[in-house]
Design a binder for this molecule. Structure first.
Ligand code: IVH
Length: 668
């Protein structure tokens, strides 16, 4: 790149970043994802590195946060609130460790503290003689906003230190941490805002920031914010040996620290913490966007110092984003196996959390209206776990006026039958008995992995077979022959043979899988299992009355009615008979009982003699369950050497912790 080109590019990137900064920090309403923002920032940083004399003192790379709003009094932090450099991969995390070792001229492993990176907003709380004096946002790191009134509404922030602790409490103490909103409260808030037609918040972080930066503290008070502290500013001469010691001092003073934080010997242990955090991120009550890694020893922190407003001794190891912005090319209507008509946004493909997403559900017309989603809109989309990606909100600032509103059709787009909406439901359903879309989706469900599990029989096969009228019922699948398959598609002998064999192999299945495969409304995998355990045979289930069904603990009246109606329908009964005539047979599902019946275990650390799988088998063999994370529902935590944060969590919740020896005794 020539210097002139670089100059132009730097200017363009700076302007873009300045404008995104304002939207993010000042208006709490960003229009691009954090990931895209980070990418722009990195591009600018690398250009400025290559052409250092083009770097302006007002470049976006030179600031830590956003300029404060005029609406609040300014507050000057006694010590600047630094920001963190980011790592996005294992290599970048290792580079961080290497840099530290090189700087300290050591080959010894470094002791780190790994903490969740809370996705909220950073604040500083100033206590004078044990009383909360000022609460301020970070602002640009030097100058923040005085939001004391609003901060005081956060219940987990102490307004004053208990008298008995006052003696030990520094005369002036600056506590730093993150204000955030729990996922549940965020969801509720957005639902309320939808109802009152107020703009939605894209995520809990914007909601928390928007709530703290309110002129009316009554509004802040109604928002249920929470707080974890993770550091100190000035501490009136108090000196701590380590970050860990400081965290525990804060805890003693009555502040909330995040108990999941962990001491890690060396960067490999940090890596493990990160993987576990990534695995459990969606089970948490709040959002985290990565892990913050800090050198524990404060002496070492001092030696390491800082560069460009970020400490050399800490880094934010970020998770892949679960939100992205993209463009809606079209809105189409999909017909599900129950005939439900669902509007789906066709997107400009985008990577979200490492997966390419090209469609997102819009749920129903009410949702489209409430969020005011139009064809041509730029939107935030979100993907969580296995859940179907959904449109979160429209970036209205990107509207050009050419966007088109969308209205759900009154008829099924596949078979043309009427679409009827039950007054109690938000969705319309196709009433067409012979709707090919319904048939295709039911068949796809029937053969899917958790149902009859016919390997190789995917969506494409089913669509062709239905379109060519080869299959009208589930049972037709079992009538397929190699010759028919070969005639249908340009297929090799071998794959046709494999398909026929897979179909044959699926004839023997557990009763629960078969019940699930039938696609009875409201009957998911769990209910199917309960029904199989309770009735033991298909005949008994088919004859069950509504009352009998309702006697099963987890089966409610709506579900009971749906199951009952399904087996009353003569068409369904005939189809089941046809399937049985094809030689389908079912194994019984036996309810496991044993010493751990109904108990939930969590495993952590390495056990002296059992592997994880062995322990799991024993627990399940005795009727228990193994869960991956500790919650109030956990009965026992089985702990080995090098336990993770689960042990701390269990102790906090008062859950019984047992060793392998104790476990063995219980089994005996
Ligand atoms: S430490 C010098 N620890 O991430 C260290 N920050 O860009 C400064 N954050 O502004 C921060 N969780 O808002 C630290 N456990 C944690 C954190 C955390 C979230 C935020 C904080 C900070 C930003 C870093």
């Amino acid at each position: 790149m020539t210097e002139a080109e670089a100059k132009k590019k730097i200017q363009k990137l700076s302007e873009e970043l300045h404008s995104h900064n304002t939207r993010y920090y000042v208006l709490d309403d960003p229009e691009i994802s954090d990931q895209k923002y980070d990418a722009l920032m990195r591009e600018l940083e690398s250009l400025e590195k290559e052409f250092p004399h083009l770097k302006s003192p007002t470049s976006p790379t030179q600031r830590v946060g956003g300029a404060p709003l005029d609406k609040f009094k300014k507050y000057t932090h006694h010590l600047p609130m630094l920001s963190l450099n980011n790592a996005f991969s294992e290599e970048e995390l290792e580079d961080f460790d290497t840099r530290i070792k090189r700087f300290l001229k050591t080959t010894d492993e470094i002791e780190y503290i790994a903490e969740y990176k809370m996705d909220g907003l950073a604040v500083e709380l100033v206590y004078e003689r044990g009383k909360l004096w000022v609460g301020a946002t970070r602002g640009d790191g030097v100058l923040g906003e005085d939001v004391t009134q609003n901060i005081k509404t956060v219940r987990s922030i102490p307004l004053a230190v208990p008298l008995e602790l006052l003696g030990k409490f520094p005369k002036r103490l600056e506590v730093r941490g993150e204000i955030f909103m729990n996922a549940k409260d965020f969801k509720k808030l957005n639902e309320e805002r939808q109802k009152s037609e107020e703009p939605l918040f894209a995520n809990p972080r914007n909601a928390a920031a928007g709530s703290i930066r309110q002129l009316d503290s009554k509004i802040t008070a109604s928002r249920r914010l929470d707080f974890f502290c993770y550091g100190m500013g000035e501490a009136d001469g108090k000196i701590f040996k380590s970050h860990w010691e400081m965290l525990h001092a804060l805890k003693k003073y009555g502040f909330k620290i995040n108990f999941t934080s962990q001491k890690c010997q060396g960067i490999k242990a940090v890596q493990k913490f990160y993987q576990e955090a990534l695995e459990h991120r969606e089970e948490l009550a709040y959002e985290i966007d990565g892990v913050v890694v800090k050198v524990n020893d404060i002496q070492l922190q001092k030696r390491l110092g800082e560069i460009a407003k970020s400490p050399r001794w800490a880094i934010a190891y970020k998770f892949p984003a679960l939100q992205e912005t993209t463009f809606i090319k079209d809105i189409i209507v999909q017909v599900g196996r129950t005939g439900a008509l669902t509007p789906v946004a066709v997107l400009e493909p985008v990577h979200v959390g490492g997966v390419e997403v090209s469609r997102a559900t819009l749920h129903n017309q009410d949702e489209i209206d409430r969020k005011d989603v139009r064809i041509g809109d730029t939107v935030f989309i979100q993907r969580a776990g296995d859940v179907i990606p959904e449109v979160v909100k429209v970036v209205t600032s990107k509207r050009t006026g050419k966007e088109k509103k969308f209205k759900m059709p009154t008829h099924c787009p596949v078979c043309g039958s009427q679409a009827v909406q039950d007054p109690d439901e938000a969705i319309a359903r196709c009433v067409g008995l012979a709707c090919p879309a319904k048939l295709k989706e039911s068949l796809i469900h029937f053969v899917s992995r958790h149902a009859m599990d016919i390997e190789g029989l995917g969506r494409q096969w089913i669509e062709t077979m239905v379109d060519q009228k080869f299959i009208h019922h589930f049972s037709d699948i079992y009538k397929l022959t190699k010759e028919k398959v070969l005639a249908l598609e340009r297929q090799g002998e071998k794959s046709a043979q494999n398909l026929i064999e897979a179909i044959g192999a699926s004839k023997k299945k557990s009763l629960e899988k078969f019940i699930f495969a039938l696609g009875i409304r409201h009957v998911g995998e769990n209910t199917a299992k309960l029904l199989a355990e309770h009735f033991q045979t298909l005949e008994k289930l088919m004859k069950a009355t509504k009352e009998e069904l309702e006697q099963i603990h987890e089966v409610g009246s709506v579900m009971a009615e749906s199951i009952y109606d399904f087996f009353q329908d003569s068409k369904n009964v005939e189809e089941i008979k046809r399937l049985l005539a094809q030689g389908l047979s079912f194994t019984k599902t036996i309810k496991k009982s044993g010493v751990f019946s109904g108990k939930t275990f969590v495993l952590t650390g390495t056990l002296p003699t059992y592997s994880r799988d062995e322990a799991k088998k024993i627990i399940e063999g005795q009727g228990g369950k193994v869960s991956s994370s500790v919650s109030s529902k956990t009965d026992y935590v089985l702990v080995g050497t090098d336990p993770g944060s689960k042990l701390t969590h269990a102790k906090e919740l008062g859950i019984q912790v047992i060793s392998e020896d104790e476990f063995k005794k219980m089994v005996k």
